[in-house]
Write a protein that binds this ligand. Structure first.
Ligand code: AHR
Length: 312
């Protein structure tokens, strides 16, 4: 509509020419790569001069990048924090320099006045949605679950574990037999799943794998196939992100459920920043994105095509 067009024109003008530093974690997953490209696109659409820094999974690199942005006197800083703790000092430095900081997709254990807003999903809910799906799927049958956790110390790993455990609590037929980190990567997900299968009698008694992201699930699917079992049937596969590759697996009958995490964290972040820089409007402290469940009933081939078309 015209109203939407006018809003987007005025937003684009607001941030036109602003210099914004973005400390990204790295490129551990398909979701992360999608977030990076959406962020660059959103910045380009709004005429923002985005300074992009890839931390290669290291918090020390993120802290260095943020200090560099402060020294350059950028207009704002965005950071996707790899782990939850250890941010107080650098966030205080940004605050003292009066540079607003926005957290993207992961949280921090730091006082809330050290950042302007956090744009992220409700990660406990994501775990709960995954767990509730399994509870409904399994019914009264006995079910041994193996869990592939995300990066140790990251909020999605901590919260997705908690949410899933909450959902299966009281369902004594469902137990988490093994749980280990796969670092949110496909290769580590495969390797850890191979270990789980070996340790669990060739995998015969594993009923489901719960992976904290789709990439680890895709790795696990390969490990299940290599062991001569059928992913999606012999071992159910439930994960989080909703990237194209999990929909391809779902279309092939090899994955059963995923919870969507939008890669567009930058859009709401830039909108909030734009209002703040225009007249000091304080955004909501936590801008929460949706957590929608997808199963094979939701046209996985169509979801794959749509997401590929969006440039994932
Ligand atoms: O912080 C979001 C998580 O980080 C995504 O679920 C995962 O794929 C990524 O590595």
């Amino acid at each position: 509509s015209l109203a939407t067009a006018l809003t987007s024109v005025s937003l684009a003008q607001d941030l036109q020419g602003k210099v914004i530093g973005f400390s990204q974690i790295g490129s551990e997953s398909g979701w992360r790569a999608a977030e990076t490209s959406v962020t660059k696109q959103q910045a380009a659409d709004r005429g923002i001069d985005l300074k992009f820094a890839d931390a290669q999974q290291k918090q020390e690199n993120q802290i260095k990048a943020i200090r560099g942005f402060i020294a350059q006197g950028v207009d704002a800083i965005m950071v996707a924090p790899v782990v939850a703790t250890g941010w107080d000092d650098v966030l205080t430095e940004a605050k003292e320099a009066e540079i607003p900081v926005i957290l993207l997709d992961r949280g921090v254990d730091a006082p809330e006045d050290l950042y302007l807003t956090s744009v992220a999903s409700d990660q406990v809910k994501e775990g709960r949605v995954a767990g509730e799906w399994l509870v409904a799927e399994i019914g009264d049958a006995d079910c041994k679950v193996v869990e592939l956790q995300g990066t140790v110390g990251s909020t999605p790993a901590i919260n997705r574990k908690q949410g899933f455990e909450e959902a299966i609590a009281g369902h004594d037929n469902i137990t988490i037999a093994r749980s280990q980190t796969g670092d949110f990567t496909r290769s580590k997900g495969k390797e850890v799943m191979e270990g789980f299968i070996k340790a669990e009698n060739g995998g015969a008694y594993i009923c489901a794998v719960y992976a904290h992201n789709d990439d680890m699930a895709v790795g696990a699917i390969q490990a299940i196939k290599d062991a001569g079992l059928k992913p999606g049937t012999d071992i159910k596969v439930v994960s989080i992100d909703a990237v194209p590759d999990i929909f391809a697996a779902m279309a092939a009958g090899e994955a059963n459920a995923t919870v969507e995490l939008t890669p567009n964290m930058a859009g709401p972040a830039f909108d909030a920043l734009s209002a703040y820089l225009a007249d000091g409007t304080a955004p909501e402290k936590f801008i929460i994105t949706e957590s929608k469940l997808y199963t094979p009933a939701d046209n996985p081939q169509g979801e794959y095509d749509t997401r590929k078309g969006l440039g994932y």
